[in-house]
Design a protein around this ligand. Sequence first.
Ligand code: SF4
Ligand code: SF4
Length: 64
Amino acid sequence: MAYKILKSQCILCGDCEFECPNSAIRFKGDSYIIDQDKCSECEGHFDTPRCAEVCPVPGTCVPA
Ligand code: SF4
Ligand code: SF4
């Protein structure tokens, strides 16, 4: 299970990038992406997916 970032909604604020406990989020090309192999949906670190928690645009970090 992993999360993804909806490119059409992301405002490129970067708030999520360094909040990820697995360093799964990075800026590539012209957008932020989540490495599906690294994302654990924050299991063992946070009760809810951290990227979705800190993202200022609701519904941008969602289940892949
Ligand atoms: S759900 Fe958690 S582990 Fe997955 S990308 Fe978001 S912050 Fe990182
Ligand atoms: S916090 Fe949300 S809006 Fe900001 S870069 Fe991450 S996904 Fe995009």
